[in-house]
Design a protein around this ligand. Sequence first.
Ligand code: ADP
Ligand code: MG
Length: 140
Amino acid sequence: MAVERTLSIIKPDATRRNLTGKINAKFEDGGLRIVAQKRVQLSKAQAEAFYGVHRERGFFNDLVSFMISGPVVLQVLEGENAIARNREIMGATNPANAAEGTIRKEFAESIEANSVHGSDAPETAAQEIAFFFAGTEIVA
Ligand code: ADP
Ligand code: MG
């Protein structure tokens, strides 16, 4: 195992319900450290670029509208195996399939409004962190 960093986003459905602290407790209790964090309103262009890999999917336009429907909390999480660990803490994309105790099982409203984003591999983690954070904003 190695210490990794991953990009996390607390999505608008969760900020709307004031769940930032409860979700952060899941990360910290799960062994991850929040080494950068900022609450922002994404622009349409930012959301489209961030989710560009999904541009051809039928849900793309709805997803972009959802992601700009309210503030999000952008975070860098650090820890042993942080990318896979965070995916475990988040749970499956569809909350109907998410394991007990996961963020999505406890908090997600739907497959779209599923409360959190987490990077899926080392390459995407590095790209996604650089998309939102300057190196000087990340303090281990
Ligand atoms: P994950 O966030 O678990 O990595 P994906 O990368 O496949 O999942 O999808 C990105 C996001 O797009 C999901 O978190 C969810 O908000 C949305 N999404 C995925 N699949 C669907 C779907 N079938 N219908 C609506 N929204 C979806
Ligand atoms: Mg994904």
